[in-house]
Design a binder for this molecule. Sequence first.
Ligand code: XMP
Length: 509
Amino acid sequence: MIIVLDFGGQYNQLIARRVRECNVYCEVHPYSMDLEAIKAMNPKGIIFTGGPNSVYGDDSPRCRQELFDLGIPILGICYGSQLMAYMLGGKVETAPVSEYGKTEVEVDNTSVLFGDVSAKTICWMSHTDYIAAAPADFRVVAHTPVCPVAAMECPDRGLYAVQFHPEVMHTQEGMKMLSNFVYKVCGCRGDWKMGSFVEETIKALREKIGDGKVLCALSGGVDSSVAAVLLSKAIGKQLTCVFVDHGLLRKNEGDEVEAVFGPNGPYELNFIRVNAQERYYKKLEGITEPENKRKIIGEEFIRVFEEEAKKIGAVDYLVQGTIYPDVIESGLGKSAVIKSHHNVGGLPSVVDFKEIIEPLRLLFKDEVRKAGLELGIPEYLVFRQPFPGPGLGIRIIGEVTAEKVRIVQEADAIYREEIAKAGLDRCVGQYFAALTNMRSVGVMGDGRTYDYAVALRAVNTSDFMTADVSEIPFSVLTHVANRIVNEVKGVNRVMYDLTSKPPGTIEFE
Ligand code: XMP
């Protein structure tokens, strides 16, 4: 296994996930992890993440000096590389020119990290400090015109460092570099598979839960479905799933969820469906500010759940389908709050339980899907489009009404149907229709219309942290637009969103 030591960078889990993509098990731990605990885990390698600090700041996170002498290979990334340089006698300074974004880096192919990498390769830089001079026993193995030490190494001690971020997609040959580190430097075999995660998790859940009672909030989305099936395989009827239909689901979705998880479905569990549409619409009346909407939807969910939980009584564990991007984007990690995600926090205070179980907390969406397939969940469920907890509430810009929900449900159903017909449903990361808060003038038949504009969104992404616009064929888009204006009452205009993430987010609110 490889241990990632977290110095507060944004991409900590992304590094871990890249290592898992090399079929090597990987866990993230705080930079302050005890030396003995590290040794006890017997890692084949350690990776230091980036982080927002300067190594020479008084409060900057540092590892123990002895870590460098354990004989365990270490790869320092960004802040981690500067820390390695600084602690081993090199010089770190504020860079005269900071580098941000895609940068051409010249690498030395005699380094094992860069053996099969192009001599000039595009890497993602994001730094204001730099290594001005490498420690005495290190060799500089990459540079840019303004960064003299873009990578350095001391192979005798198994120490490697890169100023750029090999883990992000924009570093074109980053995966080669990381695999060189895990296979060639650390000597990992690469025989870990998602199947091992599933088996080990089921076993661990069974052991932990014993004959305890478990409650799960099931949304019907991929994450909570995979979490529920994991639990159902581990403990069967000891699991109760509560599914709240908040009236902000996709067309027919409530019934589809019931068909899979209800009493006529294939899984052993107790399933409770709560139809709470009306109370949601009432609560959302007149509310337009996105964070307010998110809060109201989240809070109402908690109220509904509380009522159900009271009926069920005390349970031992509460399961949440939280996945990694939810954790960081909700500000529970160290990065800034972008959106308050619906499925993190909240519930615990209203349920009488001993402990929360979040079996997917360390996984990214595509890893959750892999786990879903390993669990034998039907493909149509596993590859279901991701759907946010607040549902259509955040795909309707401005006030939510039953009428607007109808419009966006119908438009979205048409869009999904046509994307599937075009054979694109598996190639596009996420796609959906949203309802803008804009009405404009149109002409239909011989009459004037003054109706809403629907926005279509489609993005390609592997981790949902960054996303590019999907190039859906124009003929498909125009056909969808045509069908929507003709078939969905209240819509006279359809637009296609061309914004990547960042700067846009995937959802509209
Ligand atoms: P954004 O809009 O933040 O979305 O770029 C990234 C991914 O997260 C989903 N999303 C949510 N999922 N609860 C969720 O479970 C939420 O509150 C939430 N908000 C956004 C979004 O659909 C996309 O897949």
